[in-house]
Write a protein that binds this ligand. Structure first.
Ligand code: 1DX
Length: 183
């Protein structure tokens, strides 16, 4: 994944727990990268090792960290150079979710090593939709819960997300029920 992802994890941990804790996490993860370059590709296992080590050091589950990271990602990318792109991708939670594949397609033009997931919305109602998440990667599903919650915050919309289908349990892809109500 692009370094932007690892840099976001670093900035989330440093802002909440400080530099020393981050050093400890990096050491435990056996990640010897001095600085992550946002626009450089890194092996996915670096990200997974960082999350696993953070889980041990912070005493939180990997799933909790991934969820917190998903929430963080929405505001982080909006303030780290991708705000205009986020602004263009919708004015409401459902609209943004529907535009996610377009957003990734746009990023992919400039960054060909992007391996974008796919998000499809079905059964769209006034206050609910089914979100289908398809990814070439494994282990990032808990992050989706956080991402959708982060979008709720972004659009001042109350949101409730539950996973209804799981690839881990043999389904073809992960699926979520998203309930929402703008304030
Ligand atoms: F609900 O399953 C809201 O590296 C959502 O594979 C979901 O393949 C917002 F310059 C620039 C760059 C860089 C911008 F190239 C990424 F570095 C992308 C910014 C998306 C904002 C996807 C990150 C692929 C890296 C799922 C979890 C990964 C999608 C991560 C969240 C808006 C983003 O993001 C999976 C990669 C961006 C960029 C957004 C993602 C890769 C998302 C969301 N994805 C790189």
């Amino acid at each position: 994944m692009y370094g932007l992802v690892n840099k976001a994890i670093q900035d989330m941990v440093c802002s909440r727990f400080g530099e020393e804790i981050w050093k400890e996490i990096k050491q435990k993860a056996e990640v010897n990268v001095e600085v992550f370059l946002s626009m450089e590709g890194y092996r996915d296992d670096i990200t997974h090792r960082l999350v696993r080590a953070a889980s041990v050091v912070l005493g939180l589950s990997s799933s909790e960290i991934m969820q917190a990271f998903g929430e963080f990602w929405v505001q982080y990318t909006a303030q780290e150079g991708y705000g205009e792109m986020m602004d263009m991708s919708g004015d409401t939670l459902p609209e943004f979710l529907e535009n996610l594949d377009n957003l990734h397609a746009r990023v992919g033009v400039s960054f060909p090593k992007l391996e974008p997931p796919s998000f499809e919305c079905t059964e769209i109602e006034e206050d609910s939709l089914n979100l289908h998440y398809r990814s070439s990667r494994e282990g990032l599903t808990p992050m989706i819960l956080g991402l959708v919650k982060g979008l709720g915050t972004r659009f001042d919309t109350e949101v409730h997300v539950t996973q209804t289908q799981s690839r881990d349990e043999g389904a073809e892809h992960d699926e979520f029920l998203v309930l929402y109500k703008p304030n």
